[in-house]
Ligand binder design. Structure first.
Ligand code: MIG
Length: 799
């Protein structure tokens, strides 16, 4: 457990025996002889919240992470006791609390399997230096238990045997195993005996997690202040754990505009205007689809936020419009540091209104970043966020910028130890005033939130688009994210893959890496392999530091350009499929990427797999992460899978070799899947969709698929103007039936489906649409069928 560092410490202290118990609707209070109170709230049948105080008084109950939309309520709650324990039973869980020492054990209510068990359980050390406690929790690790989650940690998916720190940190050119880096997401999933549960330790102080590193059979977590306050989230499916966690900390407040799921191009920096134009024109000339172009810090006047360098960009409004006319959305960077400059209106206003962070004894928090010496808004104060959100008016409304990129919001400070604010900086924290020790991990999140509020207000009636580097649990409600300053190396390609999967299983699916690597320069082969992975990440952007050479799709010769185009085109064809997965994420908290363990936890082969993942519900992808490869070995999960390239069928449950020259990569589609595709567009909305293409992959038996569509932007979908198609496929030896259940009021632009029937084990003799025979001599060619989008039952027969 935590190393005792100070002689003044009294050492670990523990709750003594329970002397009283009280119930208040959904909350139970257990008080010990030495004034420890355990507050147990039944959030849902499968979600229990445990909170402890050592002084009998709790802090004000406030969390930036928990959303007000979090589900509450349970079907069943019974509390009983015997000589040694209290027994709390919900319809999903049974929790024992020992009267002797407050230790807890939690069981699956259905079959009594032990899921989680305190080792020492809650204990604490008084914090001599800061007051309050260092709060600690330890649990016995169960037999063959594996651990997953924790946000952006750049390590293999299974966390067992490792220790981590959560302290949001600017980590230029981080490496495999660098810890901590940009994000603090104190949520992990444990898996043993085929059952998964999650722990969300909602404490924003510097925190640690130890997964059987210090002691082989003990997992522990602790924080340098605040309360021991955690949620136990039961599955037993890992997918349910993640969606329950996402329910607690929030799904994206709205879907992204569809263009945000297109390809984005970025560099530090494209300037002046002529350079930006050159880049975007090249995309169109080479017919490489692209939806967004980014302006990094050099667009500003001396790095002053909300200003423009008029020498490089004499007329931003005109330029942004010209880009838009070409299908390019402009995304501009905004950092937190505000230059100390009495001629600069944002600085002056922030100063007058007292919006900047101060040190403990009164001086402003002064720190050096790109503009030189800066002050920093206290984004933990609602009034400051409101002010900040208002600053976007000109950028969004007048100039026409469509998205904002928040960087350096850890917050990052140059040339100081720790690279961030000192601990003593004061924050409002929604009226719960505190030091930076408590506010550090949520500072970037609150900046992203304030930015989001501005974009939401001023982009209306369009949807906002924000991207942030720093994040705490819950930031997914406001923003997308990227994995920060990675490196153009093969190892980093592997890291990007693991990080994106890990973020998805940590409730934050709108994620991607700097394709090609930020620091240093990739060769063409590495760039092509990275694009191949990148098109399967929810956020898909090339970015580089720019000082090592060009990193546009055409920077590596024609052969690479062709490969990159081919894969970006696949991304654009799959947009309705990805959008459907995003909708599932935004409505049900289902991660867009599913690591194999999350996809099939019953198969223990998946517990240590890192490379393969499921994109959406039906597509299995596995990047090539080594140079000179002609293919690779990979694990294909149970079930039948079609090779994406040649439609050959493969039976899963094995490790197999898959060919993949540089112009290919291992991609498989689950048998039974119906995959929607749009035509290739150079940008979202370029073409009117005249027909929805559906690839139907035959399966013996049943499979469900969905296609979600709407106006691709705006908020009408929230009022029911969406189109959801639920497809039910049933394949038999000599027939295939597809039923369609349609809901929502949105009318799609196309009238017909072009259905491509793949893998049929029979020759088509007869086709009925809603019991009417259709003429296959005219409507069917090479197993491609064109039928009305309104059908409810399609029946394809071999006899
Ligand atoms: O100190 O804005 O991670 O994406 O290009 C570097 C310049 C600041 C770090 C970001 C990177 C961005 C760069 N920024």
């Amino acid at each position: 457990m935590i190393i005792n560092t100070q002689l003044e410490n009294k050492g670990n202290q523990f709750p003594s025996k329970i002397i009283s118990y009280k119930k208040d609707v959904d909350t139970l209070y257990f008080t010990s002889e030495n004034n420890v109170v355990l507050q147990l709230t039944i959030q849902r049948d499968s979600v229990l919240r445990f909170r402890y105080t050592t002084t009998s008084i709790f802090e004000n109950d406030f969390s930036y992470a928990i959303t007000r939309y979090a589900s509450r309520g349970f079907n069943h709650l019974v509390v009983t006791e015997d000589d040694s324990k209290y027994i709390i039973t919900t319809s999903k869980l049974i929790c024992h609390i020992s009267k002797e020492d407050m230790r807890k054990s939690i069981f699956d209510a259905k079959d009594n399997t032990l899921i989680s068990e305190d080792e020492l359980g809650f204990h604490w050390e008084e914090s001599y230096e800061f007051g309050g406690n260092i709060v600690k929790m330890s649990k016995n690790s169960q037999e063959k238990e594996s651990y997953y989650g924790l946000g952006d940690k750049p390590v293999p998916l299974n966390l067992k045997g490792k220790r981590f720190e959560n302290w949001v940190t600017d980590s230029y050119a981080f490496n495999k195993d660098t810890d901590p880096i940009y994000k603090a997401i104190p949520f992990y999933t444990g898996l043993h005996h085929g059952k998964a549960y999650g722990i969300f330790f909602d404490n924003t102080f510097r925190a640690y997690f130890d997964f059987c590193q210090e002691r082989r059979n003990v997992t522990s977590f602790w924080a340098q202040g605040g309360e021991m306050n955690y949620y136990f989230i039961y599955g037993p499916e890992m997918g349910e754990v993640v969606s329950n966690y996402t329910d607690l900390t929030g799904k994206p407040n709205e879907l992204p505009p569809l263009w945000a799921l297109g390809y984005h191009q970025c560099k530090w920096s494209y300037y002046p205007e002529s350079n930006v134009k050159e880049v975007i024109n090249k995309f169109r000339e080479l017919r490489i689809p692209c939806d967004a172009i980014y302006l990094d810090i050099d667009y500003m006047d001396g790095f002053r936020c909300f200003t423009w360098n008029k020498e490089y960009f004499p007329d931003p409004k005109r330029m942004v419009k010209e880009l838009a006319d070409n299908g390019f959305k402009t995304v501009a960077i905004i950092d937190p540091g505000i230059k100390i400059d009495n001629e600069y209106s944002v600085f002056k206003e922030g100063l007058e209104k007292d919006y900047f962070c101060k040190r403990a004894d009164g001086p402003y928090m002064k720190g050096k970043v790109w503009p030189g010496e800066c002050y920093f808004p206290d984004f933990t104060k609602p009034e400051v966020r409101e002010w900040w959100s208002g600053l976007f008016k000109e950028l969004i409304v007048d100039i026409g910028v469509k998205g904002v990129w928040n960087d350096m919001n850890e917050p990052a400070i140059m040339d100081v130890p720790g690279k961030t604010f000192p601990d003593d900086v004061r924050h409002d924290y929604e009226g719960n005033e505190c030091s930076h020790r408590k506010a550090h991990n949520i500072y970037g999140m609150q900046m992203a939130r304030a930015t989001y509020q501005g974009l939401k207000k001023f982009s209306y009636p369009k949807r906002p688009f924000v991207i942030t580097r720093a994040a705490y649990a819950g930031t997914q409600r406001y923003s997308s994210t990227w994995t920060g300053d990675n490196v153009a190396s093969w190892e980093h390609l592997t890291i990007a893959n693991m990080q994106a999967q890990r973020m998805c299983m940590s409730g934050f699916s709108f994620v991607g890496s700097d394709i090609g690597g930020f620091a240093e320069q990739p060769n063409g082969e590495l760039y092509a392999r990275w694009i191949q992975l990148g098109i399967f990440h929810p956020f898909c952007r090339t970015h580089s530091s720019g000082d090592h050479g060009d990193q546009e799709p055409w920077a590596f010769g024609e052969n690479i350009t062709d490969i990159v185009r081919k894969f970006i085109e696949i991304r654009y064809q799959l947009l309705p499929y990805l959008y459907t997965a995003f909708w599932r994420y935004a409505t049900e908290g289902i991660p867009i990427l599913k690591s194999l363990v999350l996809y099939d936890q019953a198969d223990t082969h998946t517990h240590y797999r890192n490379d393969e993942f499921i994109f959406g519900e039906k597509i299995l992808a596995c990047p090539i992460t080594e140079p000179n490869a002609k293919g690779r070995r990979m694990y294909v999960p149970e079930g039948n899978w079609y090779n994406f390239w040649d439609n050959t069928l493969l039976k899963g449950g094995n490790e197999v070799w898959v060919d993949a020259d540089l112009d290919s990569m291992p991609i498989f589609v689950k048998a039974g899947a119906i995959i929607p595709k749009y035509p290739i567009q150079q940008y979202v909305g370029e073409k009117k969709i005249e027909e929805l293409h559906l690839d139907v992959f035959f399966k013996l038996g049943n499979e469900k698929s969905q296609v979600y569509e709407d106006a691709e932007d705006g908020f009408d979908y929230k009022k029911g103007r969406f189109s959801l198609r639920n497809f039910n496929l049933l394949g038999k030896e000599d027939s295939l039936t597809i039923q369609q259940f349609k809901s929502g009021k949105f009318i799609t632009s196309y009238e017909t489906f072009e259905i491509n029937l793949i893998g049929l084990p029979f020759e088509i003799k007869k086709v009925e649409v809603d019991n009417v025979i259709i003429d296959i001599s005219t409507n069917l060619r090479n197993n491609i069928l064109v039928i009305t989008k309104e059908f409810t039952e399609l029946h394809i027969m071999g006899k």
